[in-house]
Design a binder for this molecule. Structure first.
Ligand code: SF4
Length: 319
C-alpha cells in the first residue's frame, strides 16, 4: 500500500473534436503526499487544468479519460461510478477555480451556499450549518455578517475567499486550486496564498495549477512542469528552480523578471505544438536549441536523475 495521498499513473485524456483527436494529457504520472504542496506549472494549453478535471473525473465533453489510473486515498477512482465520485468531490477533494463567479450562485446569499454544502454532506441541521458557515467566513477573514450578502455585493478577492471557505468546509484531504489568483491584484493574491498556506498547515495537500513559475516556486514543495500534455520535469522545487535541467524548464525560469538584478529576460521562441498531431519525438524539439537528432522521432522517457527528481529529455539519458 502506497503512502501517497494521490497517485496518477500513465493518465491520458483526449478530446474528440471534429477536426481531430486532441491529446490534452498524454501519459502523465505523478504523486502527492499527505500535507504537501505541489505546483503544476505550464503555459496555457499545456494540459494542467485538464489533468485536474481528470483527477476528479469531471472532464467536459468531448473529452474522455482514455487510459491510466488515479488512486486517491488508496482507492482507484477510475473504478468508481458517478454516485461514488460525488461522495469524493467536495468531501475529500475540494476545488478553487480561477473565476469565483462561475463557482457561486449569483441568486443566493453566500451564507445559503455555504450552509447547504455543510447540511448536505455532514447531515447537520440548518441552525448548526449556519453557525459553522459563520465560523468558516471568519476563518477566511470575512466578517460573519457577510453571510447575508449576495456574490455581486463582494469584491473579487472576497468572492475567492468565499469559494475557498466552501471548498474547505468539509475539510478535504486534497485542495486543487486552478489559477486561483489570476484575476486578482498582487496584494489580494498574497492574501489568498496565505489563506491556502493556512489550509495546508491544517493538514490538507494543495495542488496549485498555475502558469506562474515564480508563484509556484514561492509556495510549492514540489513542482511538475507540463508542456504540450506531458510532464517534462518533476521534483523538489528548490533544486528545479536553482538548477533547471529540462530546456523548457530553463526557458520558463529565465522568463521570470527579477526586480533586484539586471538579469536579461529571455522568452522561449516559437509556439506549443498542435496536440491533434504531436511529434512522435520530444514535443518541445521545434523550440529547443539543444535538440539532438534522436529528439525528432523518439519520445524521451521519464527518468529519475537524482533523488525525487525526474526528467524527460534525451540530454540526460544514457544511450
Ligand atoms: Fe530538447 Fe531533445 Fe531534451 Fe526535447 S529531448 S528538450 S528536444 S534536448
Amino acid at each position: 500500500m502506497s503512502n501517497a495521498l494521490l497517485e496518477v499513473v500513465n493518465l491520458k485524456v483526449y478530446f474528440y473534436t471534429l477536426s481531430g483527436v486532441v491529446r490534452a494529457v498524454d501519459d502523465v504520472s505523478l504523486s502527492v503526499l499527505p500535507g504537501e504542496w505541489i505546483g503544476i506549472v505550464g503555459e496555457s494549453g499545456s494540459g494542467k487544468s485538464t489533468l485536474a478535471y481528470a483527477i476528479a473525473k469531471i472532464v467536459p465533453p468531448p473529452g474522455r479519460i482514455v487510459g491510466g489510473k488515479v488512486k486517491f486515498m488508496n482507492r482507484d477512482l477510475m473504478e468508481l461510478n458517478e454516485e461514488a465520485m460525488r461522495g469524493i468531490r467536495g468531501r475529500h477533494i475540494g476545488f478553487v477555480f480561477q473565476d469565483p463567479l462561475t463557482s457561486l450562485d449569483p441568486l443566493r446569499t453566500v451564507g445559503d451556499q455555504l450552509a447547504e454544502v455543510i447540511q448536505v454532506h455532514l447531515g447537520v441541521g440548518r441552525e448548526e450549518a449556519i453557525r459553522e458557515a459563520g465560523e468558516l467566513l471568519e476563518l477566511v477573514n470575512i466578517p460573519r455578517d457577510r453571510l447575508n450578502y449576495y456574490p455581486h455585493q463582494l469584491s473579487g478577492g472576497q468572492r475567492q475567499r468565499i469559494v475557498i471557505a466552501i471548498s474547505i468546509a468539509l475539510r478535504p484531504e486534497l485542495l486543487i486550486a486552478d489559477e486561483p489568483t489570476t484575476a486578482l491584484d498582487v496584494i489580494v493574491q498574497d492574501q489568498i496564498m496565505d489563506l491556502l498556506k493556512e489550509v495546508q498547515m491544517k493538514g490538507a495537500s494543495i495542488m496549485l495549477i498555475t502558469h506562474d513559475v515564480a508563484l509556484a516556486a514561492e509556495m510549492a514543495n514540489r513542482i511538475a512542469i507540463m508542456y504540450a500534455g506531458e510532464i517534462v520535469e518533476y521534483g523538489d522545487t528548490r533544486s528545479i528552480i536553482n538548477a533547471p535541467l529540462h530546456p523548457y524548464t530553463a526557458g520558463l525560469v529565465n522568463s521570470v523578471p527579477d526586480l533586484w538584478s539586471a538579469k536579461t529576460i529571455k522568452s522561449i521562441p516559437g509556439f506549443p505544438p498542435d496536440l491533434r498531431n504531436p511529434s512522435p519525438g520530444c514535443r518541445f524539439h521545434p523550440r529547443c536549441r539543444q535538440a539532438l537528432s534522436i529528439c525528432i522521432n523518439e519520445r524521451p522517457p521519464m527518468t529519475i536523475v537524482e533523488h525525487d527528481r525526474c526528467i524527460a529529455c534525451w540530454l540526460y539519458l544514457k544511450r
